[in-house]
Design a protein around this ligand. Structure first.
Ligand code: FCB
Length: 444
């Protein structure tokens, strides 16, 4: 006998946003179209050994040309919201200065197309594809970049304006600073702690400046940002102190400046003289009133000895995805109730949640019961958080489509819609059909 669906009988708030999420470099392709300049990912993907299979986003899901069909898919699924990112190298190919009308035209069409189909557009301004010309000047480590970013944000706003429901400044700044400038696992592939901390500081400043600039436009769109957050657990009693430090390094290094205008003390002390020179008044200005915080939730972090184990202790019998990430739905409830207590925002959006599995397309179908189960169990925990008083107003499945999973190339399939990369055929997986039914029942 199968156990009942964890979501059976649950009712979400009537105005809840049900969506799917994507990002520009992961789906658009068309990297040379209409005046787009190379991004750091175009460059990085060419370095031998950096990407599994040596793959790049050159074609990806060809969403740049197939966007009407992709929007149709979401409309057919009854979704009422779509989260996507804008590519800076399309909008301002030189990084600073003149905006590229043809690049903005694409997002203009996309926004109108979404609205026509009853999909609320939710825009992320930066999802990792920095113009290479800016990286050539130091990228996020350059002290001028907050200003460049604020100008870019205004260029996007100037064209898309209030047709967009929300603007998020950044997607997962920890990934940019840590994976890009310290661990060397993402573009631009640097391995330098000092540079990485400088980058994290400049991202914070850029967030604050862009929010201020957008606020001055009296925009009706909601303003916020998107963080990757994790409950952090100690594997043994002896790991407790380290777990607190890791929580500060990954979660609070970003939450504290945004919500309090400070950096967390332990992590600060731990980094010692690697921390950049801080201008206290500039740091204080990072803390701007936000309309929402976007939460990307995938798994928890386990700490054992000096290691951070994203798959959990290997000797523990945990359920894991194809990324080897632990499946831990309760973490979403923990995270949200904890955020609500310590970092209160007017509202939270689950801007990403999902899983990769080894999907196979057989006879025009993809049976992915693990993904359906993943969504059900996480939505049940999300519902529990809402019941407990956390103001969550939307959920975006990561991802609408199978896509370019960064250093993993096309090997990891996160989509609720399957993509056959040889033919660009889209096929709704069983999980997408389940989600569509569930959303339909919620929307009445
Ligand atoms: C997040 C990223 C997103 C995707 C998912 C799996 O960290 O924001 O682009 O790669 O993970």
């Amino acid at each position: 006998m199968t156990s009942p669906e964890p979501t059976a009988g649950l009712t979400f708030p009537p105005d809840f946003r049900w969506g799917a999420a994507t990002s520009a470099y992961q789906i658009e392709g068309a990297v040379h179209a209409d005046g787009r300049s190379p991004s750091i990912w175009d460059t990085y993907a060419q370095i031998p050994g950096k990407i599994l299979g040596g793959e790049s986003g050159e074609v990806a899901c060809d969403h740049y040309h197939r966007w009407p069909q992709d929007l149709d898919l979401m409309a057919a699924m009854q979704l009422n919201a779509y989260r996507f990112s804008v590519a800076w190298p399309r909008v301002i190919p030189q990084g600073t200065g003149a905006a590229n009308v043809a690049g903005l035209d694409f997002y203009d069409r996309l926004v109108d197309g979404a609205l026509e189909r009853g999909l609320e557009p939710h825009v992320t301004l930066y999802h990792w594809d920095l113009p290479q010309v800016l990286e050539d000047q130091g990228g996020w480590a350059n002290p001028d970049i907050p200003q460049w970013f604020a100008e870019y944000a205004l260029a996007v706003y100037g064209r898309l304006g209030d047709r967009v429901a929300s603007y998020a400044t950044f997607n997962e700044p920890w990934c940019t600073a840590e994976l890009g400038y310290h661990a060397g696992r993402h573009a631009p592939g640097l391995r330098d702690l000092r540079t990485s901390l400088k980058a994290s500081y400049h991202i914070q400043l850029a967030h604050g400046q862009a929010i201020q600039a957008l606020r001055q436009q009296n925009t009706g769109a909601e303003l916020g940002t998107v963080l990757n957050l994790y409950p952090v657990d100690a594997a043994t009693e002896a790991d407790r102190e380290t777990a607190i430090l890791i929580d500060e390094k990954i979660n609070r290094w970003y939450l504290d400046p945004i919500f309090r205008g400070t950096f967390p003390e332990r992590a600060w002390a731990h980094y010692g003289d690697a921390v950049p020179d801080i201008d206290p008044s500039a740091l204080a200005a990072v803390c701007q009133p936000l309309d929402f915080l976007g939460v990307n939730y995938y798994f928890r972090q386990w700490v054992r000895g000096n290691e951070v184990l994203r798959s959990g202790p290997p000797d523990m019998a945990l359920e894991r995805t194809a990324m080897d990430w632990e499946i831990y739905p309760q973490g979403l409830h923990r995270l949200l109730t904890d955020l609500h207590r310590h970092y209160p925002a007017p509202k939270y959006l689950i801007t990403e949640n999902g899983a990769a599995f080894d999907d196979v397309l057989v006879g025009g179908q993809v049976h992915d019961p693990s993904r359906t189960r993943f969504m059900q169990s996480h939505l049940a925990e999300l519902h529990r958080a809402i019941q407990d008083g956390v103001p969550v107003s939307g959920y975006f499945a990561w991802s609408l489509l199978d896509n370019y999973e960064w250093a993993f190339g096309y090997s990891k399939r996160f989509g609720i819609v399957h993509v056959d990369y040889a033919t660009q055929t889209r096929t709704l997986k069983d999980s997408a059909k389940w989600y569509a039914n569930f959303v339909r029942s919620q929307r009445g």
